[in-house]
Ligand binder design. Structure first.
Ligand SMILES: NC(=O)c1ccc[n+]([C@@H]2O[C@H](COP(=O)([O-])OP(=O)(O)OC[C@H]3O[C@@H](n4cnc5c(N)ncnc54)[C@H](OP(=O)(O)O)[C@@H]3O)[C@@H](O)[C@H]2O)c1
Length: 216
């Protein structure tokens, strides 16, 4: 099976395409349209954006242009630090949906554990129970943040999106997430193009086995 289409299940049974296409730093306009258009063409359905990336509207347009039903996509966005708090989060969620031109989000994450993240989470729990978000989670949360969140919430985060790559495996946090049935999602799986990582002998061996090479 094509890795792009492989799915994993969140604790509530929702299926998540395991490999997503992140649009961080992807320029708006023509570049965005070409890159996301190609990604859709080769089979990507999971797209990861955030309010702070400033390209939610472009992602919505690219998805619409594909003429593939919205339900076939898995769209993630994130609530930014300046929108923390109960009311502010609800408003931010509505704006994100409007920009993406969708009725619901497949996944919504707290981008960082800055002030008022508990109130933010309570708003997300409510949106989840109303069926407006299929999977709720967090990003960049450490164990202490998760402990605090779980102590004051009804729903445990279903996923934590954290920096993870072969030079930064986050073993301790990974074990904690596994214990609490929280999925571990990697951001920067390629180390953000880190040249040293791309020269890693094990990775080079794997790449050559698959007849792939890094772009210089
Ligand atoms: N939650 C968070 O706080 C957070 C933070 C960061 C990222 N993310 C999410 O995770 C996604 C992925 O992370 P990321 O974009 O930061 O890092 P990444 O995917 O690890 O790395 C992207 C970099 O890898 C380079 N690259 C890709 N394929 C390559 C190849 N075959 N040969 C050489 N270089 C290659 C790209 O170079 P070019 O630029 O030259 O194409 C780009 O600079 C983001 O788009 C975003 O959705 C989330």
């Amino acid at each position: 099976m094509n890795l792009i289409n492989k799915e994993i299940k969140a604790v509530n049974g929702i299926k998540i395409p395991q490999v997503g296409f992140g649009v961080y730093k992807l320029n708006k306009g023509e570049d965005f349209e070409t890159a996301v258009g190609e990604a859709i063409k080769i089979g990507y359905r999971h797209f990861d954006t955030a309010k702070i990336y400033g390209n939610e509207k472009d992602l919505g347009l690219a998805i619409e242009k594909s003429q593939i039903p919205r339900e076939e996509f898995f769209i993630t966005s994130k609530v930014w630090n300046t929108d923390h708090g109960y009311e502010a989060t609800k408003k931010a969620f509505e704006q994100t949906c409007k920009k993406l031109n969708v009725e619901y989000l497949d996944m919504y994450l707290i981008h960082f554990a800055s002030s008022y993240y508990l109130e933010t989470w309570h708003a997300m729990e409510e949106l989840y129970l109303q069926g407006k978000i299929k999977v709720i989670g967090v990003a960049n949360f450490e164990i202490q943040h998760l402990e605090e969140l779980m102590k004051h919430s009804k729903i445990t985060p279903m996923i934590n999106q954290i920096e993870t790559h072969p030079e930064f495996t986050q073993n301790e946090l990974h074990q904690y997430l596994t214990k609490h049935k929280i999925l571990h999602e990697a951001w920067a799986p390629l180390g953000q193009g880190n040249k040293a990582l791309l020269e890693n002998t094990v990775l080079k061996k794997i790449a050559s086995h698959h007849e792939k090479e890094w772009l210089k």
